[in-house]
Design a protein around this ligand. Structure first.
Ligand code: TYC
Length: 102
């Protein structure tokens, strides 16, 4: 209340909150035209995967339609998406890469 009897309606101390930054999943989408070898090269170049890891993730996207290729801060995720989209456009492939909050 707003008298001076001690305000029980105001929460004075809430659960201690440690502020973690939100994380973002970077997703690679399947399409019918981008060559498999190009997708593997993208995953090696921009996501630091070995050839074997990259081939496995590429096949997952090819078969299931989408896969998470990494989890990053907002800024790093945006950079990865932009790098992949620029590289795909430069090579005239329709490869799509997006991000979503985890
Ligand atoms: N589906 C493509 C093909 O058959 C290969 C591919 C895989 C494309 C993954 C995009 O994110 C992708 N050539």
């Amino acid at each position: 209340g707003d008298d001076d009897e001690g305000d029980t309606s105001v929460i004075v101390d809430t659960k201690p909150k440690t502020k973690r930054p939100p994380l973002y999943k970077v997703l690679l989408l399947n399409d019918d035209y981008t060559p498999m070898e190009f997708v593997v090269a993208v995953l090696e170049r921009f996501f630091g995967m070995t050839h074997a890891q990259a081939f496995e993730i590429m096949l997952t996207v090819h078969k299931k339609g989408v896969a998470v290729v990494g989890v990053f801060s907002h800024e790093i995720a945006e950079t990865k998406v932009a790098q992949v989209m620029d590289f795909a456009r430069q090579h005239q492939h329709p490869l799509q890469c997006t991000m979503e909050k985890e």
